[in-house]
Design a protein around this ligand. Structure first.
Ligand SMILES: NC(=O)c1ccc[n+]([C@@H]2O[C@H](COP(=O)([O-])OP(=O)(O)OC[C@H]3O[C@@H](n4cnc5c(N)ncnc54)[C@H](O)[C@@H]3O)[C@@H](O)[C@H]2O)c1
Length: 293
């Protein structure tokens, strides 16, 4: 059966035909790409975001491509709002089969910094949103998935949940804990045909990240990748769609990195001349000329 990869087409079957998905943080970036990917393969999507205008814009794009979606403005850190999100999904689309816990709070340095300098309010807010918010969504989804004979969950983690850093202590801890939450869920509800995996992106160039990271930092991060291009939201959406689909029917409890190889090499890779030896000419020149900032 041909798969839909671009605009939604009524005449071909997709992997999510008949499925209902909830995607949090779907008003922008990776979450939006995930919502579009699911809708393009026939899924009906509840597009949840703290930014209502982003959720509405994503829903409008899905509908313009003849897909089915519903926008909801909500905060995943608010238990009542999370309950209302899943009640709405059930009322509007009849249940929940798929969940992408993508929304996150992320404070860059200097707010989310090294342990001794860290403002505990930043720690509390990050954990409350990223970890507790993800747990709240899972707790709403699990009984509804059981009622439909199973389901699939992807929790958005990060490479920063797999390695130490000089800053972003709260964010990294929340993502590492998300990995274990995913493994616990997979362990506890696999018998009920619920699969749960975590996806750990490296540097993915969303509009908001582009605005936050200066050129020097972007170049620095790219130098540590093995592949000579930046990651895109659609790269992550393809992986999420695979993990949600029956193509991944025997995969659960895993943390899957999607980072262009950032975590796959020895720490000396970037400083050891990778750009001169192994990269295509255009990229080599750029990387070689770049200040080591
Ligand atoms: N972009 C990257 O390089 C990267 C790398 C690693 C991990 N991630 C993870 O991927 C996910 C998406 O990141 P992104 O780069 O697309 O971010 P983004 O800022 O582009 O989009 C995040 C969306 O989530 C929404 N959101 C934020 N807090 C929310 C809340 N409390 N409740 C509901 N919605 C909320 C925002 O309004 C926004 O629309 C996050 O979990 C992030 O930690 C991203």
């Amino acid at each position: 059966m041909p798969r839909k990869t671009n605009a939604i087409q009524e005449d071909t079957m997709g992997r999510f035909e008949g499925k209902v998905a909830v995607v949090t943080g779907a008003g922008a970036g990776i979450g939006k790409a995930c919502a579009l990917a699911i809708a393009r393969e026939g899924g009906r999507v509840v597009v949840a975001d703290i930014d209502g205008s982003g959720a509405i814009a994503c829903t409008a794009q899905i509908k313009a491509e003849a897909g089915h979606a519903l926008a909801l403005a909500m905060d995943i850190a608010d238990a009542q709002a999370v309950a209302a999100l899943f009640e709405t999904a059930e009322r509007h689309f009849g249940g929940v089969d798929l969940l992408v816990n993508n929304a996150s709070a992320m404070h860059l340095t200097p707010r989310d910094c090294a342990i001794l300098d860290l403002d505990l309010a930043v720690w509390d807010q990050t954990i409350a949103t990223n970890l507790r918010g993800t747990l709240l969504c899972c707790r709403q989804a699990i009984p509804r998935m059981i009622a439909r004979g199973g389901g699939a969950i992807v929790n958005m983690s990060s490479c920063q949940g797999l390695s130490g850093d000089t800053a972003q202590t709260s964010y990294a801890a929340s993502k590492a804990a998300t990995n274990m939450l995913s493994a616990s869920l997979a362990t506890q509800y696999g018998h009920a045909q619920i699969r749960c995996n975590a996806v750990a992106p490296g540097l993915i160039m969303t509009e908001r990240l582009l605005a936050k990271l200066d050129e020097c930092m972007q170049r620095h991060l790219r130098r540590h990748q093995l592949l000579p291009r930046v990651g895109r939201p659609e790269d992550v959406a393809s992986l999420v769609a695979f993990l949600l689909s029956d193509d991944a029917a025997f995969i659960t409890g895993q943390v899957v990195c999607i980072d262009g190889g950032m975590l796959a090499h020895v720490p000396t890779y970037a400083d050891g001349g990778n750009s001169r030896a192994a990269r295509p000419a255009g990229d080599t020149a750029e990387a070689a000329a770049a200040p080591r900032c």
